[in-house]
Ligand binder design. Structure first.
Ligand code: CA
Length: 701
């Protein structure tokens, strides 16, 4: 590792940090310290685009274009792409990280916020850091035990943990340097899954939990010391509570003053951040309202600022400079936390400094990033909740087909979004944005089972006159100037990976069904398909190691409500083994993970004495606490299928679910969330599910 790092030209930059200067033997005569690792500073970060061989920042550059200027692999030779190396993680759940590559070392993350440093040329493990997230933190999560990656700065690696800590790790040793608690209240179900960004020596980090009623915010900490610098709350606190900023005074007027003070309102900053060093603006995407239904969240109405918004902050103070709300009065989990790309593009004969986002709500937005003015917004998939975005007011015109206060509605897009966190990419060579999109609806109703409504079979009455659209995944090459697709590729599953654009005029992406594709950036023509055997939801990156171009991607399927996603069966052929994979020209075959063992029959469940009321209570508890991991409404889960419990496991049900007997496997006990009586009701419902599955199987035979 060390010898390979000694020749990096970046080490001769005028680094302000003593550690890096001392550690650069080519610059400091006679210095005997080992070469600096992870030597990223403000100048190097701002010029990350000038280092084609590295992937220094989350989106490669602060503008988050995810465009690699490497062109060794191109349209003419990509057919020769094969596996350079793989590193297997100890996981069977979702893997969402974007690896960071600095001077031959890859820093990436897996489940439970674990961090890995790998040799970028060989995949050899240099060190691993486990923040030991309490397993009980895995129970109140919308979206799996995932992490989207680290940030690197001045010899340290930074990760936000599932339980809300920000940890700085020594990049050379893998030892913890410092750790802070970013949560304003540890009793609330906050989480961190997003990657930190480092701007002007400060680590910026948000969190998740809007589904569970937390209040959103983003914070900044000094990268050297961990000292807290500022915090921007995205929504006002409980009615009557003091407001932390003048921005919140404006926001306060858009919320019902008599709303339920127990609800934090949502607006969590759980993924996207971008930075423009020239304008010195930090862009923050904010999340959905909590609860989703606006008539419950803010019964008197209002836009509920700053939910579902893009907010520009001064990175020194955390004060707001401008905002643009994509979905006023969000009613559908339409977060604006999706990836933001900054670019300077010609529109109407003028070079405009734009910010582009394809949030969940189905419109592709092009904003002027100097002041937040809307330039254009058009639908990039089928959308029925709004007809268009008004060019003057910047507001969507709702159709009423998304209003579910008085009747259930089948709304497009779904809470999985027309596009979710899976990163897009932008090629300055084609001028196109490559969007991992999906066309999928969701039944919203006003009941207490509003989270998952896949039980509904007859959708036509819930959608009005138009035909019920088919569900499909896409990669769309989007022209942001003309606001139309140039090409699109339809995929069998809706929940696929992010995209990477390269100067080889290629676009790379993985799929739920376990393929890595390389397609022609201009035409979408498939030039190479590699069978991975593991579903991919993360986005690839590209870098140089030993003078060779690599395309690397994290594999491992999962994410939000992953066991209720329609069409997930195809991803279940092989064990969902988490792995880092790096490809190069003339590489080898990808070894497939072991096939999924036969699922077998549904065993005979025990006889349980339970009333129909108890079973119904158990169903509601199951949907709220169990279904996101163990499946519901007939879906086949990746985690244990409770319809296949053996008599031995049934006998241990209370010991496992209440007392936490299997905490070592990631299944923490629920004794602090459910009573023993609750657990018995859940068990009664599980037994009923198992009986129904047996009856259905018998009927099919
Ligand atoms: Ca959400």
């Amino acid at each position: 590792m060390r010898s390979r790092l000694s020749a990096g030209p970046s080490l001769c930059r005028p680094l302000v940090l003593i550690i890096a200067v001392l550690a650069a033997p080519a610059c400091v005569a006679g210095a005997s310290s080992p070469p600096a690792v992870a030597a990223v500073d403000a100048a190097r970060a701002a010029d990350a685009g000038q280092e084609p061989g590295n992937w220094l920042l989350h989106g490669r550059t602060y503008d988050e274009q995810r465009y690699s200027p490497l062109s060794q692999i191109d349209r003419g030779n990509v057919a020769r792409l094969g596996l350079g190396w793989e590193y297997r993680l100890d996981s069977l759940r979702g893997i969402e990280a974007t690896p960071i590559v600095v001077d031959g070392v890859m820093y990436t993350t897996g489940t439970w916020s674990r961090v890995y440093a790998l040799d970028a040329a060989s995949g050899a493990l240099l060190w691993q850091y486990d923040p030991h997230v309490p397993r009980k933190w895995g129970r109140k999560l919308c979206c799996d035990i995932v992490n989207r990656g680290v940030a690197v700065w001045a010899g340290r690696i930074y990760v936000g943990t599932l339980d809300g800590r920000l940890v700085a790790i020594d990049a050379a040793t893998g030892e913890r340097a410092w750790e802070v608690d970013t949560l304003v209240d540890r009793s609330l179900p906050y989480s961190i899954t997003g990657a930190p960004r480092i701007v002007k020596g400060r680590v910026v980090i948000g969190n998740g939990g809007a589904e569970y009623g937390v209040r959103g915010y983003v914070s900044a900490y000094d990268a050297t010391t961990g000292e807290w610098a500022w915090r921007f709350f995205t929504v006002p606190g409980a009615p009557g509570a003091p407001l932390e900023s003048v921005e919140l005074e404006k926001a306060q007027a858009t919320w019902d003053p008599r709303r339920d003070p127990a609800n934090g309102g949502g607006g969590t900053v759980w993924d996207s951040l971008a930075y423009d060093p020239a304008l010195d603006l930090l862009y923050v995407g904010t999340g959905n309202g909590g609860p989703w239904a606006r008539h419950k969240r803010s019964p008197a109405g209002g836009d509920n600022l700053y939910l579902a918004s893009i907010v520009a902050l001064d990175p020194d103070s955390g004060r707001m400079v401008w905002y643009y709300q994509t979905t006023p009065g969000d009613n559908w989990d339409f977060t604006a936390t999706q990836h933001m790309i900054l670019a300077d593009i010609e529109i109407g004969g003028e070079i405009r400094k734009v910010l582009m986002q394809a949030p969940k709500n189905g419109f592709f937005y092009v904003l002027d990033r100097t002041d937040g003015t809307l330039i254009s917004a058009e639908k990039f998939v089928y959308v029925n909740w709004a007809s268009r975005v008004d060019a003057v007011t910047g507001r969507p015109l709702e159709t009423g087909l998304g209003d579910y206060k008085d009747q259930a509605r089948y709304v497009f897009p779904s809470p999985a979004g027309a596009h979710d966190w899976q990163p897009m990419s932008f090629s300055p060579r084609t001028g196109l944005v490559y969007i991992p999109a999906r066309e999928i609806g969701w039944v919203f109703n006003d009941g207490d089972d509003y989270w998952f409504t896949y039980g509904v079979r007859d959708l036509q009455p819930l959608i009005g006159e138009q035909p019920v659209p088919a569900t499909a995944g896409y990669v769309k090459a989007w022209d942001p100037v003309a606001q139309r697709p140039v090409w699109e590729m339809r995929l069998p599953n809706v929940w696929n990976g992010g995209t990477l654009a390269t100067a080889g005029d290629l676009v790379f992406f993985g799929t739920a069904t376990g393929q890595l594709y390389a397609v022609d950036a201009a035409s979408g023509r498939i030039l190479k398909t590699i069978e991975i055997g593991t579903g991919i939801i993360a986005a690839p990156v590209s870098y140089l190691a030993g003078g060779k171009q690599y395309v690397a991607v994290m594999a491992g399927w999962g994410g939000p409500a992953f066991n209720t996603m329609q069409g997930d069966e195809a991803a279940l052929r092989y064990l969902n083994t988490g792995r880092a994979l790096a490809f190069r020209l003339d590489g080898g075959e990808v070894p497939l993970p072991p096939p999924v063992p036969p699922r077998g029959e549904f065993p005979e469940p025990p006889v349980l004495e339970a009333t129909s009321e108890q079973v119904e209570r158990g169903r509601k508890l199951y949907v709220g606490h169990c279904g996101a991991c163990h499946g519901m409404y007939g879906s086949t889960p990746l985690l244990p299928d409770l319809r296949r419990l053996t008599p031995a496991k049934h006998a241990l049900f209370e010991a496992i679910v209440y007392a936490g007997m299997l905490e070592g496997n990631g299944m923490a006990g629920f004794s602090d969330l459910l009573s023993r009586d609750d657990v018995r009701a859940v068990h009664a419902y599980v037994v009923q599910l198992q009986r129904e599955a047996r009856a259905q199987r018998a009927g099919a035979d």
